[in-house]
Design a binder for this molecule. Structure first.
Ligand code: G6P
Length: 611
């Protein structure tokens, strides 16, 4: 989490730093800060704010902050409460440091630095880096060498940028476990946590690897490995469209991203646009061998991406006939499991930078599982570089913290995987393959029709805004959709929401049901509908108010205490993709009624690059 930007250029970099932070706010927004060097000899100016980047911008304007060399940071608090004293950059002597990640041995370092006289002014782990570099600078006068030496004492994850008051010509950056890239501009060089922050100045990016340390100056850049060996990293022309990260006519990114789903799905499915048959090559050059030889599947992910994996398990077992387990990455990486080398490990991640998912993948590989696939929305991400196979969802940048279009495009990718696995295992005849492809191609249009239900959903939202708790129910592959609906509601409206497989209701949660507890049911017209209806009666009999998302052809009737909204189509195996959309819209509108910060809900961040 946290976002960093750094710039050394032949112009005032303050506007570049601020614009970069604005693009990185999705990574955390507990505080923002910057430091710039100006003049000769250079004077260091530091500004910090517990508010958003807009407040930092106002501060910078008020004092006409300017300088050709600068670093900046937007924070997601891990060590120390959100406050000005804990906001980055942190200083030591004439040094300024910004950091994304966690220094795990910060307590031991803090004690040893205090023992030699350093006084700490924050509760952060980052401040030890500033003092450590300052200490080493006394014996190693070159900043690049000093930072490299200091890195040897750090344990944990970091992306760092360090600059020094008496040398405005350079900034030193380093990466270990947290994303960092360099930008090559016309008039200078830059660094940032992701490409969106630098599109304003360049499209030419250099992605650093873990263990890299680099020096950026106005004229160039220099990268070395941990042992000091120089290394050249490829220059990549970013394909990210600058428009894609603009809000346009929408009120919020979440709204924009919900409504972008038909296009996001069409783009993701473009590769099967005209196809009459499915090719394993969709997942990479070696896919036929890697997928075909898999004996079972293990899906690893976090948050919404984990929910996508849970839906996929129903598909993979029922359609492809392959055993599949789905684990929360942060649990898997720390438990003793029974590895099977012929397992296909599927990691799912919007960002491709989620620390737990990356670590779970490493753990699985360490246990001997080399058949690995990433389903990811960011082609340049760390995750994609670490798996044998990859499928890039083409949702476009997702800025809203609550994931929407990333989820539905992940589902589309996972359905493609299911069909490819089914085909490789001889469970998909040619006629069914053609039908399945046709059904997939219709998904964007089907989602478009669901979006047209917004006015009715908006009306329902009014009924939820004063509620404290909500239950979501689903069965089969729609149980994970209920989980996702509950996650969306709690994330952005702060209403406590729980999801249950409807059959579990009588084993506990029914005790919670009374007239104050609205119950939302995901009720597609599938084989489990009759059973679900019985579960809903159990709720109604206890006075619970039901909100049912049914299909066009379901016999669900509105009556007192039972509200029914019908989706335009009944969509078989793919209906999970449709049924999540009204739940996204409902959360969005409840949040609007409650007046919460939809795109930046409290305490959360989009890209969780710490454990
Ligand atoms: C955070 C985000 C969620 C996301 C999860 C996993 O918690 O707020 O929306 O689902 O991280 O992120 P990933 O990028 O790995 O999908």
């Amino acid at each position: 989490m946290c976002g960093i930007v750094a710039a050394v250029a032949g112009r005032n970099v303050v506007p570049v730093l601020l614009e970069g932070l604005r693009k990185l706010e999705y990574r955390g927004y507990d505080s923002a800060g910057l430091a710039v060097l100006n003049g000769c000899p250079s004077a260091l100016l530091r500004l910090r704010s517990v508010g958003r980047v807009a407040e930092l911008t106002a501060q910078a304007d008020a004092c006409s902050a300017a300088g050709g060399t600068g670093i900046a940071h937007t924070r997601w608090a891990t060590h120390g409460v959100p406050s000005e004293r804990n906001a980055h950059p942190h200083l030591s002597g004439g040094l300024a440091v910004v950091h994304n990640g966690i220094i795990e041995n910060h307590e031991a370092l803090r004690e040893s630095l205090k023992a030699v006289g350093y006084v700490f002014t924050s509760d952060t782990d980052t401040e030890v880096v500033a003092h450590l570099v300052e200490l080493k600078l006394r014996t190693i006068p070159d900043l690049f060498e000093t930072v490299r030496a200091a890195l040897g004492d750090l344990q944990g994850a970091y992306a760092l940028a360090v600059m020094r008051e008496d040398d405005a010509s350079r900034i030193i950056v380093a990466r270990e476990g947290s994303p960092l890239l360099l930008g090559m501009g016309e008039d200078g060089h830059y660094a940032a946590s992701d490409a969106s922050a630098l599109l304003q100045v360049t499209r030419r990016m250099v992605y650093l690897e873990n263990g890299d340390c680099a020096e950026i100056t106005r004229a160039g850049l220099r990268i070395v490995r941990g042992d000091g060996t120089p290394v050249v990293r490829a220059v990549v022309e970013s394909q990210l469209s600058a428009d894609a990260v603009e809000l346009g006519t929408y009120a919020h990114y979440m709204q924009k991203e919900i409504f972008e789903q038909p296009d996001a799905l069409a783009n993701t499915l473009e590769m099967v646009g005209n196809a009459r048959s499915l090719q394993p090559g969709l997942f990479g050059a070696d896919a036929e061998a890697v997928l075909g030889g898999a004996r079972q599947i293990l899906i690893l992910a976090c948050g919404t991406s984990w929910h996508a994996g849970l839906v996929a398990r129903y598909w993979l077992e029922a359609i492809a006939g392959i055993s599949c387990s789905v684990e929360i990455a942060s649990e898997y990486r720390y438990r003793d499991s029974v590895p099977d080398a012929e397992t296909l490990v599927v990691t799912i991640s919007q960002s491709g930078e989620t620390a737990d998912t990356l670590a779970a993948l490493q753990h699985a590989k360490g246990l001997g599982m080399q058949r690995t696939l990433a389903i990811c929305n960011v082609p340049e991400s760390s995750l994609v570089r670490e798996t044998a196979l990859r499928f890039i969802t083409r949702a476009g940048p997702e800025i809203g913290v609550a994931s929407t279009k990333a989820f539905t495009t992940q589902l589309a990718a996972l359905y493609l995987l299911t069909l490819v696995m089914a085909k490789l295992r001889g469970r998909l005849d040619a006629a069914t393959e053609v039908q399945e492809l046709k059904a997939l191609r219709h998904v964007p249009a089907a989602v478009q029709k669901v979006l047209a239900l917004e006015p009715e959903i908006k009306a329902w939202a009014q009924l939820f805004s004063h509620k404290q708790h909500t239950l979501f129910l689903g069965r089969g592959r729609h149980y994970p959709i209920a989980l996702e609906g509950a996650l969306k509601l709690k994330e952005i409206s702060y209403i406590h929401a729980e999801a249950y497989p409807a059959g579990e209701l009588k084993h506990g949660p029914l005790a919670l049901v009374d007239k104050e507890m609205p119950v939302i049911a995901v009720a597609p017209n599938d084989a489990l509908l009759e059973k679900l209806k019985s579960n809903l009666q159990e709720v109604r009999a206890r006075g619970g108010e039901l909100f049912v998302f049914a299909d066009a052809d379901s016999e669900m009737v509105e009556s007192e205490g039972i509200h029914v909204l019908r989706l335009p189509e009944h969509y078989g195996a793919l209906s999970a993709l449709l049924h999540v959309v009204p739940l996204q819209l409902l959360s969005y509108h409840v949040a609007l009624v409650k007046g919460t910060d939809v795109d930046k809900p409290r305490n959360l961040a989009k890209s969780v690059t710490v454990e």
